[in-house]
Design a protein around this ligand. Structure first.
Ligand SMILES: [Zn+2]
Length: 67
């Protein structure tokens, strides 16, 4: 068995920073000129939505205990 050097890359796929928050977004079509990550899409649809992965454990427990 040969050791592979990382994941094999498909051609025509690239990564770009989100135009709103700057997070890297993977698996974009090569022809993409700008990208909005799913977090910013969610926030665009519902500005009050909370992205759990953006919160620390402490913030999440505060949120859950909040009434
Ligand atoms: Zn974003």
């Amino acid at each position: 068995m040969k050791k592979s050097k990382g994941p094999s890359r498909r051609t025509g796929i690239k990564s770009m920073p989100c135009k709103d928050c700057g997070r890297k977004v993977d698996n974009l079509d090569e022809s993409s000129v700008a990208v909005t990550c799913w977090r910013c899409v969610c926030k665009g649809i519902n500005p009050n939505s909370v992205i759990l992965s953006d919160l620390s454990g402490e913030e999440i427990s505060k949120l859950i205990s909040k009434k």
